[in-house]
Write a protein that binds this ligand. Sequence first.
Ligand code: BGC
Length: 435
Amino acid sequence: MLLRKLVLLKRSIFRLLFIIIILLIAVIISIYPPFSVQRVTLDYTSPFSRRDSPQVTSLPFPIPKNYLLIPYKEFVLRTSIACRMFKFEYPQKNPLALHPKYSKYLNGTFRFVIPSKKISYDDIEQFYTDLSSPKYENQEFVPTHTSFASDLTFKNVPYVYKNGMWQPIEVRSFQRTAILVPLQGRDYNAKVFLLNLHAFFRRQLLTYKIFIIEQIYPQNKFNKGRLYNTAFNYIRNRSSLNITCYVLHDVDLIPDDDSNYYTCETKNPKHTTSRIRQLIKAQYVKYYEFLIGGVLILTYDHYKALNGFSNLYWGWGGEDDDLALRVVQQRMCIIRPPAEAAIYSALPHQRGQRNSQRFDLLTWSTIRMHTDGLSNIENLTNIEEIKVLTTVTHLKVNVDVINDAGRSKRTSSAPLERTKTTTLETLFLLKKKDT
Ligand code: BGC
């Protein structure tokens, strides 16, 4: 009897010990996980507490189970967003729908013109109107001495302004291209851009139209995403232009090589700003692999699939990284031209105010992409003035109509509305493939 009791007691002790050991192992695994999942303590101040957030109530907290949390900076430095297997869409040489590759006016690399600071939009208008006048017909070069530049050596490519677009006279272009250039306070850059880029587009025999999209309100915080979305809406509603390709272009970047073709590839967007040099330094610099800012060329279908840019980025930086995350989320990749062609010079300008919230916003980028972007731009902005020249259509945009009602009550130096900066390491969400 006693022996039986002893045996039972021993078994119980063993069971207890077994349970304790299992518990210990579980505790150790939870503290030092044997797999490489990053442990994250969420001390997160939601960027969605902003007044203009469309999605305050449907935040995905806690983080959905099928999402991996990855440090954003690690991701952008290590991940390639470039398409690996693709063919450029160079059609056969066809004079009735000419691809820029076959233009006889291409120069390779070229020197661009830095005009005097006094140059005006009207000067540029006058210059290109003169160039397209019949008196210069059949003249290859028009050496022009103007009040704003002394050594212009532009090739006079025969061009005509017709139905709102510049078109080459000799051929029909492969695509119809809108160039969108957001602007706030960099007027001189805009003029240098216009003077040089018209010549560049003509050497490529593009049918094109340039839009400057200037933010006139608010004056103290820039929202590039809203400007692009507004311009897309504007152009979409002008179906007679029949635009087939959109170029999103920073105002301070001048392409340095004519074989950087400003054409859309139909399957994926194209990023052409692989290397940039500052005017004062001769060296070209490559930024990070994930960058799609600077110059991005895409179709309306691409832009729509991405729901355009987020409307939530105020100040300098982040909106292009957000778009890159949307590209990944939509299972697209980015086409890049050959490295030797994708080079730019950057014009000098004052640096804009950095957006200190951009990494917070990037964290939840892909979750809100379908409700924040082109789809809700109409309620947020208003084009207050449109100035049409042949060399540029200038849209002046109020990008914050919701808060404009109280404009007169506020002082002009009203501070940027900010949410508290998070202590959480910058993260973004990569949706795990369903396994
Ligand atoms: C910003 C981007 C910018 C890039 C290159 C990044 O830190 O978030 O908006 O295009 O730097 O200057």
